[in-house]
Design a protein around this ligand. Structure first.
Ligand code: ZN
Length: 251
């Protein structure tokens, strides 16, 4: 018992020492903060479709571009793999994930379940300054689209959904929504019509109006339709499998 407690404390000591060494250490800034920045940069490039699904992510090439060790890059790729943005294949290495149709459907089903249910919470907590900030995001998104800045528009659109989830006040769910939005962005890259953003940015304005007015049920229904519309814009073949007769099976 005492032995295992010791082992645990040794581990945590060595971890924090490693973190301390990591910060600011390394000739090329190969530290924890540098790694966090690189992680963000790769993640954004995937989410904004600058790195396409299926694209190879070679450790040595990335290490050279960012001026850090291959070990550092490997850790970053492993972290992105945990978020399903990167796929690690033995011998082949890392590549940008290419979500399957089933994954696409499941991600949108998860978004329906979570994002819609968050709407009443958001509506109750929404402050005038939050509503203004959300409207500004929707406006920037439209401007980016008009200016043909596709990457920026995709990022802004995902940020709008993430910000809404944060405003619910439930951090774990907001983190989950953030991941679902990143995966949605990949799904759009694979199955979306080219040049299609997914979200209708006018929808975002209308949603803010409903939330501001405290029309909780209408905001839930609106989000349902909004997410359905994004899913419907994807070229996912309808499954020919018939829905099972659940009454017959379980009745
Ligand atoms: Zn949207």
């Amino acid at each position: 018992m005492a032995k295992s407690a010791n082992a645990a404390s040794n581990t945590s000591t060595s971890k924090s020492a490693e973190a301390k060494r990591g910060r600011g250490a390394g000739k090329a800034g190969d530290g924890a903060e540098r790694h966090a920045t690189i992680y963000q940069q790769i993640r954004e490039a995937i989410v904004e479709h600058r790195l396409k699904p299926g694209a190879r992510l070679r450790e040595d090439a990335l290490a050279e571009v960012f001026g850090v060790s291959r070990t550092g890059i490997r850790k970053i790729l492993q972290r992105l793999a945990l978020e399903y943005l990167v796929t690690l294949t033995p011998r082949r290495g890392a590549s940008v994930s290419r979500p399957t149709i089933e994954e696409a459907r499941d991600v949108f089903a998860a978004r329906q379940l979570i994002e819609c249910q968050l709407m009443p919470w958001v509506s109750r907590r929404l402050q005038p300054a939050d509503a203004r900030a959300l409207r500004e995001m929707a406006t920037s998104e439209r401007q980016a689209l008009r200016a043909g800045e596709q990457s920026r528009a995709i990022q802004l659109s995902a940020q709008f959904h993430q910000r809404l989830a944060e405003l619910s006040g439930n951090t774990p769910l907001a983190e989950f929504v953030e991941r679902l939005c990143s995966r949605s962005s990949l799904i759009l890259a694979v199955y979306g019509a080219s040049g299609h953003l997914g979200c209708e940015s006018h929808d975002h304005d209308e949603l803010v109006t409903l939330l501001e007015a405290g029309r909780e049920e209408r905001a839930v229904a609106f989000m349902q339709r909004h997410l359905k519309a994004i899913e419907a814009s994807l070229s996912i073949e309808e499954s020919t499998d018939e829905a099972p007769d659940l009454r017959q099976i379980f009745g």
